[in-house]
Design a binder for this molecule. Structure first.
Ligand SMILES: Cc1ncc(COP(=O)(O)O)c(C=O)c1O
Length: 487
């Protein structure tokens, strides 16, 4: 059969479509993307992925290069995370899959010696992937409130370690506020009670090992598993993470195997069946190219930029950095110690910064289970490329704060009173099961959903998320995203 349209024509359409995307390179987007600033690394990754394009990662006995590459990536990760030879692991498709598998493994281990229902214990700031894991794997999610500055009191977590805890999760660092959780204390207490302790180092795993921090890895005996994403500070294209498990027997609980069907025997260490070997090959090639020394240099570049940005933001009247961030990320909140007209709302600031060419990430305020409120913040992830545009970025951060200083934050009451419907009339249960037509009508009454789906000013949208009942905002966001890809 002859092909119907010429490759050049198809690729030229893709080139047009790519113009719709936020810039992935150059440091203008301070979340989602991790630019090493080394184009040769990206080219190497693309070449490696292309070489394995036809392979099926389902079966490393048929495609033996996959087993070799995975073994070498895991060897590097084991040393990086201070693991001894008892530490083994798996390359997964990303942070969420590593987190899901860590939870599934711990749950299955717990069930092998317990019965009844189990809890997943973590601070409020643990990544949402663990909420998903609790939901998927039928665990009760026990989220322990953190302090206003994002810090976790180890005593609060330790007090909740009980026989029904299948897994306690701590982060290195947490995404929202870049807090390095009290891992040594929690891991020690968990270990004394025979409870599994996972360190979520999805974001920190491939950068903190080259920076000075308190210990958080397998050097702590009570740490039983660690997730660390290659597609973040490992600089791999999306689709790669490692989940390392302390000891073979724990790791084996991660697998799903069945010989109970009339097809080929299925043995999967990960959630997927057939899968691409591309992200693995790309990661393997990048690790070979960078080595320890390369990662060290890139981590130091991130660190220099982070220190500089922290100094700049600290000097901006009306804003403050939340807590004690660890690693190349930070969150910025309003400094409430200055008078109202000198304050800067972090979301107005982020919108203004975006209008001036840099995308920061808006994080909503959140009421925790004990009623305490965590501040609304703006998140920045700093990557090696940041250093090349640091002066411009800092100038924009300062001038945009000047432009929005004193502008009142979008208030919850304001948002609620402007709503074209009464959210109280939508019950919690009816929000979750709301049909698509009703959800779409509500979105449209809010002025959302047309064109690209999201407004250019994000502050009012995030304020809406802060005030709507979670069930309703979750349902509406699912509708918004689903409509984006409907044919
Ligand atoms: C600490 C942490 N855990 C888990 C994840 C989820 O990773 P992914 O988006 O690769 O699924 C992230 C993503 O930012 C993260 O920062």
């Amino acid at each position: 059969m002859s092909i119907q349209r010429q490759p050049a024509e198809i690729l030229s359409r893709l080139q047009e479509l790519r113009k719709l995307d936020a810039p992935t390179h150059g440091g203008r987007v301070l979340s989602y993307v991790y630019d090493s600033g080394l184009p040769q690394i990206d080219a190497l990754a693309a070449d490696a992925a292309r070489m394995v394009q036809p392979l099926n990662g389902l079966d490393p006995t048929a495609f033996k290069s996959i087993a070799v590459m995975e073994r070498e990536v895991l060897q590097f990760a084991r040393e990086m995370l201070s693991g001894d030879e008892s530490v083994v692991g798996t390359v997964t498709s990303g942070g969420t899959e590593s987190c899901l598998l860590a939870v599934k493994t711990a749950r299955d281990l717990w069930r092998s010696t317990h019965s009844g229902s189990a809890r997943l214990l973590a601070p409020t700031t643990v990544h949402a992937a663990f909420q998903k894991a609790a939901h998927y794997f039928d665990l009760e999610l026990d989220l322990v409130p953190v302090a206003q500055d994002g810090s976790v009191d180890p005593a609060h977590l330790i007090a909740r370690l009980g026989d029904d805890v299948a897994l306690v999760v701590v982060s290195a660092p947490s995404y929202p506020f870049a807090t390095l959780d009290p891992i040594a204390e929690v891991a020690k207490a968990a270990s004394a009670k025979g409870i599994s302790c996972h360190v979520d180092a999805c974001i920190g795993g491939w950068v903190l090992p080259w920076l000075k921090t308190d210990p958080w890895d397998f050097s702590l005996k009570g740490v039983t598993s660690i997730s660390a994403d290659l597609h973040k500070f490992g600089y791999s294209p999306k689709g790669a993470s490692v989940l390392m498990q302390r000891d073979r027997d724990r790791h084996r609980m991660q697998f799903f195997a069945t010989t109970r069907w009339p097809g080929y025997p299925v043995v999967n260490p990960t959630m997927l069946g057939s899968k691409s070997a591309g992200p693995l090959a790309a990661s393997w090639a990048i690790i070979a190219a960078l080595g320890n020394a390369g990662y060290q240099e890139l981590a130091e570049s991130c660190d220099r930029s982070t220190v500089s940005l922290r100094n700049t933001i600290d000097s901006i009247e009306g804003l403050k950095i939340v807590g004690k961030p660890v690693g190349p990320l930070l969150a910025v909140a309003t400094d409430e110690s200055v008078e109202a007209e000198r304050r800067v709302d972090p979301h107005h600031w982020a919108d203004q910064v975006r209008a001036n060419g840099f995308m920061l990430q808006l994080q909503p305020g959140l009421v925790q289970s004990d009623g305490s409120k965590l501040p609304r913040t703006t998140h920045l992830t700093i990557t090696p490329v940041t250093e090349s545009i640091l002066a411009e970025l800092e100038q924009v951060l300062v001038s945009c704060a000047d432009e929005v200083r004193g502008v009142a934050p979008v208030s919850g009451e304001q948002v609620l009173s402007a709503l074209p419907f009464d959210p109280a009339s939508v019950s919690t249960s009816s929000a979750a099961t709301m049909n698509s037509e009703t959800a779409w009508a509500l979105l449209q009454s809010l002025g959302l959903g047309e064109d690209s789906g999201l407004p250019t000013q994000m502050a009012p949208l995030i304020a809406l998320i802060e005030v709507l009942p979670h069930e309703l905002s979750e349902r509406l966001l699912a509708e918004l995203l689903a409509r984006l890809t409907e044919p």
